[in-house]
Ligand binder design. Structure first.
Ligand SMILES: *[C@@H]1O[C@H](CO)[C@@H](O)[C@H](O)[C@H]1NC(C)=O
Ligand SMILES: [Cu+2]
Length: 316
């Protein structure tokens, strides 16, 4: 028995050593309650978590990988749980310690699930909006301080406030860091199921929603970036990939001037003439098509709409 235990311990330590250079989000703290994440490499039998299952600590190396949404495989767990989170309150995401990659952004997304559960939502078809993004905090691309470094300094954790404006309901939360120390960039996304309560009434606009894969392009300057090149030595800005950040204030109100304005509309004159929407075009990297897509299908010049999968076409 002793022999077995010690050889298992040895195997375990070697094994941990082998994968320690990677990982992902392994736990959450919501209002002081700790929720353990999924444990990759372990059998699914008996595992209970709010996190969608993922299989390995390995990074995802392609922006077009099907695993980019919620890692591999990101499907509902056998005993899938959902945690309640009040809108306006914080959710703390813990990476495995000590997170090894201090160069890169931390980005957090939500995807609203239809109905009263995310259980049956396929992460490939989910539409995500970005509620937080943090990239290069100071210094240069070559030698600066990155969000990932801050995360490591903060006990390998990152605290995200769920915007108070987000409507109540069931959501997938996608927590991601992108490690830029090597090329291609390494994506580390994990997802969990949450129910947001006491929410607001600002849904993301169409141009704030993306699918994964699709939301990132491998050629985006924030993905295809060389930290060791000449340019990095003087570059002090970093373009975080993905859609425009969710705006808790919503779009500039155009409804007051719209044809459906209620008769009780205030008597203020139409001071803010709405910009014509007939000519709406999607920006670079914006969505321009896909099943269920109701947004613009044309792209801002000089970009063209390219189909990435049935659910997502993107302006590139
Ligand atoms: C650091 O994070 C770990 C979980 O990964 C937690 O158990 C520990 O309490 C945290 N330490 C502090 C000081 O917050
Ligand atoms: Cu790694």
């Amino acid at each position: 028995m002793y022999k077995l235990a010690s050889s298992l311990a040895l195997a375990a330590s070697l094994y941990v050593g082998g994968v320690a250079a990677h990982g992902g989000v392994v736990a959450y703290d919501i209002g002081g309650t700790r929720y353990d994440g999924w444990r990759p490499y372990n059998t699914p039998t008996g595992q209970t978590s709010i996190q969608r299952p993922w299989a390995t600590f390995d990074p995802i190396l392609s922006a077009s990988s099907p695993s980019l949404a919620c890692n591999n495989d990101g499907n509902k767990g056998p005993n899938q749980l959902t945690a309640k989170v009040k809108a306006g309150s914080a959710i703390k995401q813990y990476w495995n310690q000590v997170w090894p990659h201090d160069t890169g952004p931390v980005i957090v997304y939500l995807s609203k699930c239809p109905g009263s559960s995310c259980d049956n939502v396929n992460t490939q078809t989910a539409q995500w909006f970005k509620i937080e993004e943090s990239g290069l905090l100071s210094g240069t691309v070559a030698k600066g301080v990155w969000a990932a470094g801050k995360m490591i300094a903060d006990n390998s954790s990152w605290t995200t406030v769920i915007p108070a404006s987000v409507p109540s309901g069931h959501y997938l939360i996608r927590s991601e860091t992108i490690a830029l120390h090597s090329m291609p960039a390494q994506f580390y996304p994990e997802c969990a199921q949450i129910e947001i309560t006491d929410g607001g009434n600002v849904s993301p606009s169409a141009d704030q929603l993306v699918a994964f894969p699709g939301g990132y392009s491998q050629s985006h300057p924030g993905v295809n970036i060389d930290l060791y090149g000449e340019a990095a030595k003087t570059q002090t800005t970093y373009a975080i990939p993905g859609p425009r950040l969710y705006d808790p204030n919503g779009p500039p109100s155009s409804t007051t001037a719209g044809s459906t304005a209620p008769t009780s509309a205030p008597t203020t004159p139409t001071a803010t003439a709405p910009t014509p929407s007939a000519t709406a075009v999607a920006p670079q990297y914006g969505q321009c098509g896909g099943t269920g897509w109701a947004g613009p299908t044309a792209c801002a010049a000089p970009y063209t709409c390219k189909k990435l999968n049935d659910f997502y076409s993107q302006c590139v």
